[in-house]
Design a protein around this ligand. Structure first.
Ligand SMILES: [Zn+2]
Length: 64
């Protein structure tokens, strides 16, 4: 019979799976806001990573 004791090895790689991806540049971006930048006359899309909370802005052309 199988008499396997559950081997609970802590796996930090699994705990920080998302952040590992983030560190490699694979963030899980979601759009937070789309304010209109009056100064440049462009629509700016604000993204936030769902995993690590990093933010980035992306300016879009008025016709985009
Ligand atoms: Zn991230």
């Amino acid at each position: 019979m199988s008499n396997v004791v559950p081997f609970r090895k802590p796996r930090p790689s699994q705990r920080h799976r998302g952040n590992t991806l983030c560190r490699r540049g694979f963030h899980k971006w979601e759009v937070v806001d789309q304010p209109f930048d009056v100064k440049s006359g462009r629509l700016v899309t604000r993204y936030r990573c769902r995993r690590c909370g990093a933010e980035k802005n992306e300016a879009r052309g008025p016709s985009d």
